[in-house]
Design a protein around this ligand. Sequence first.
Ligand code: SF4
Length: 89
Amino acid sequence: MTYVITEACAGNKDTACWEACPADAIHPGPGDASFGQHVQLYIDPTECIDCSACEPVCPVEAIYPEEDVPEESRASIDVNRAFFAARTA
Ligand code: SF4
């Protein structure tokens, strides 16, 4: 299981989840060169330890456990995975 950042994050540029994550699973971080190039943050499903620390600190409630992602946002599951697949390719 992993947590997922949905499209509700887009354009917010809030980094509370990134600061709360103990596993460095959320990217890009504010110190990354590519931070300004992405519309939202993403959770790496291979790094997430399912601690839930990110979920309550999100100001727009964009983060869900994978199984609880709302039907209209299910595409975000693959969007998060694809971000990291592209990063390591
Ligand atoms: Fe990081 Fe925990 Fe959120 Fe996973 S659930 S992204 S480990 S804060």
